[in-house]
Write a protein that binds this ligand. Structure first.
Ligand SMILES: [Ca+2]
Ligand SMILES: [Ca+2]
Length: 295
């Protein structure tokens, strides 16, 4: 632990140096690397995208106890200019417990960069951090793969109770426009995310991962345990209402089940996803909607 802490401390000193002589460059660039999470598929846990994991509470309720699944943290740095990164993320949702923070570099698994990270898990705060630094040279990191996000920069586990309630349960990166939420975390406010031009991410650069829990199968809006044109037309009707600023007619469970393409929004695309699956069911069909869409 001592070694990890000293890594973090030297990383912070390096950040101070880097930002002091590169602040003018930051003003002329709007480029910022992107942070995101990816969850692994587990029984009853359906990752739809980097933003969203779908759970039908009825599929997991009977298991009892808790379910643990793997999540990996990634950084997309298309310009390959990162030389310093302190990423912090947490869940303030009481139904999510983050544990087992680890370096992805084990056995056949690789991490994003060749340099070793400093990893700290603040268990009491359900908060984690990963620090990468190329030292005072300021040279960009050497990649282990073709791109910065060919491999994760950290891996961890999330545990949820099988009676987790309907709703969106987020895991979030800290960003400049979504700072810390509890007094005990204030000390960590200064830790953020830096590249060699001193940028820090805003929410648009760092996507939260929502554990989206409903009480029905994805896309089964009327909850009759089958897919029909009704499900698609309900989504379209709701989309039309919301587009014209009319009040929602959906329950929270319906709203969560309606994001079938998993992009975090309700749109006509979600209705077409239901129709497409409905058409598939008319033929020789054995896959459920999660298998059909690879969730
Ligand atoms: Ca239905
Ligand atoms: Ca959608």
């Amino acid at each position: 632990m001592k070694k990890i802490l000293s890594l973090a401390v030297s990383a912070v000193s390096a950040v101070t140096l880097l930002t002091s002589f590169s602040s003018s460059a930051a003003e002329t660039s709007s480029y910022c690397p992107k942070l995101y999470f990816k969850a692994s598929k587990t029984d009853g846990i359906h990752p739809q995208s980097n933003k969203r994991v779908y759970i039908n509470s009825n599929d997991i309720k009977s298991k009892g106890g808790n379910i643990t699944f793997d999540i990996a943290s990634y950084v997309g740095d298309s310009r390959k200019q990162l030389c310093m990164m302190i990423a912090l993320w947490d869940s303030t949702d009481k139904y999510i417990k983050l544990t087992d923070l680890a370096d992805p570099q084990t056995g056949d698994n690789k991490r994003a960069y060749t340099v070793s990270p400093g990893l700290i898990s603040y268990d009491g705060d359900n908060t984690m951090s990963a620090t990468y630094s190329s030292g005072l040279s300021g040279n960009p990191f050497t990649l282990n793969g073709k791109d910065s996000d060919s491999y994760p920069f950290a891996v961890f586990k999330a545990t949820i109770p099988t009676d987790i309630p309907i709703g969106l349960h987020p895991i979030k990166f800290y960003t400049t426009d979504a700072p810390l939420v509890t007094e005990s975390k204030t000390m960590k406010t200064d830790f953020a995310f830096y590249d060699n031009i001193g940028n820090k991410p805003t929410q648009k650069d760092a996507e939260a991962l929502n554990i989206a829990v409903s009480d029905r199968a994805l896309g089964d809006i009327d909850n009759d345990n089958r897919y029909s044109a009704d499900d698609a037309s309900m989504i379209l009707r709701e989309f039309t209402m919301l587009s014209s600023n009319k009040p929602s007619s959906f329950s929270e469970a319906q709203m969560i089940a309606a994001d079938v393409d998993g992009d975090g929004y309700l749109s006509a695309s979600d209705a077409s996803y239901v129709l497409c699956y409905f058409a598939y069911l008319a033929g020789y069909s054995t896959k459920n909607i999660y298998e059909f869409y690879g969730y």
